[in-house]
Design a protein around this ligand. Sequence first.
Ligand code: G6Q
Length: 546
Amino acid sequence: MVLNQLPEWHALEQRRDALDGQHLRELFAADPDRFAQFSLRHENILLDYSKNRVDAATMEALRALAGACDLEGWIARMFAGEAINLTEGRAVLHVALRNRANTSILVDGEDVMPGVNSVLARMRDFVARVHDGNWTGFTGASIRDVVNIGIGGSDLGPVMVTEALKAYRQANINVHFVSNVDAAHLHETLAGLDPARTLFIVASKTFTTQETMANARAARAWLLQTLGDEAAVARHFVALSTNAAAVGDFGIDAANMFEFWDWVGGRYSLWSAIGLSIALALGMDRFEELLDGAHAMDRHFREAPLEGNLPVTLALLGIWHVNFLGAESQAVVPYAQNLHRLPAYLQQADMESNGKSATRDGDFVAWDTGPVIWGEPGTNGQHAFFQLLHQGSRLVPVDFIVAANSTYPNDAQHEMLLANCLAQSAALMTGKTGDEARAEMAAAGLDASEIERLLPHRTYRGNQPSNTLLVETLDPRTLGALIALYEHKIFCQGIIWQVCSYDQWGVELGKQLAGQLLPRVRGETADGTVDASTAGLLAQLRHWRG
Ligand code: G6Q
């Protein structure tokens, strides 16, 4: 099936031509019910997608494309535990990790739920012991600082969630994250920490990732420098992994390993044992509320018809922007300071999943796939890159995310935040016409020639599409649902684009190449087979390193 030769694809090209030249302002003027028609709710999440260049026929045509791609069949296959990670021959079952209904889910004939529940129970027990001081370090002191060492999927989700839910954090415990192999990250994190009261979590699905292992070894050396005895490692190191043998080789006791499984993709793993840092930061009850929210979104995704389905709708709008309106990127702008790592998290989730150009059948795609994801919190972004959104030459769809209620006491500032968020999406949609700009400048007393000179600079085309995700409060359950919403959006787009969303051969390439170059950086191997640029850089850096 060639996607861009489907009749449903051609129908969408016709919708694009039919809507061409119509401004969002006109679409709103023509239909007073536009918000009601183009908004959806799931629990306390409202998706307003009315500020997109779509009409009812376009949405219908997008759903027809989803039908032609058998989207609903693929959703069923994922939830049934089929090996839809085609290039690695694995099931894709992050939904099992938060399957709060506890219905059985089979992988190769075996129910995965008893294993999921048992790890959750072990996490609960461990978190309680750390929090109540019963888990002590080697000297008998209780734990005050937890350092999660991991990278990529073993870091970005936990960092994003613990930051997002800072308002719910557990007293008396500080959770830190070290990911970069740059020694600065570990060094600066450990500065001021007391080894006797520090617990390291080594989070690595494979337990072979170069950066994580280097940081874990350095952390162990730092610990032993003070505590002296190798036996201290058992009290200060736990592992989150699928690789029990490598965990043992590192010297971490099997009793201190929290396992997960190969059907959990790295960037979809925050719901697994990889979330231990989240549970330590917030408490296990909060972590389970996160799972509850995600599970509620899973059910919605699985059960709601396409036209009322939030992840499907968000995905189809993205397809519309990328494949029919030519958008190359997607901005994510949370009006929530604590969501400051959400764009980075979504960058990985989306770009590592759908940044592909081979189809499931192994052909080269003849259509665009995943966009560049980027963003920063508002209102900060307004004082920076919003210039390009308002007056640049590119189409950049924006997802605005904002909570009606703050989790902090200063409500007057929250009102300002809300007003800014609503103002920006409205301004991007309506823009400012030449006549409006002229009238404004005339009112400010500018003379006619000055007005005409400035006019091109002071008009705003508008017509920039955006979604607004308005939530009641950014609490653990809501955040869980929000993350699951994006996960499923990414899934739907991968199915339609026909890419394998659950592998990451591009990332594997980096892991391979760094391994080959390390001996050359160390000067242990002659430069030989490297290209001239790499050889030149190696020569200079060796010179400067003496
Ligand atoms: C995620 C990717 C990648 C991975 C890291 C860390 O989907 O596969 O970001 O999470 O490379 O891998 P380990 O957890 O195996 O250390």
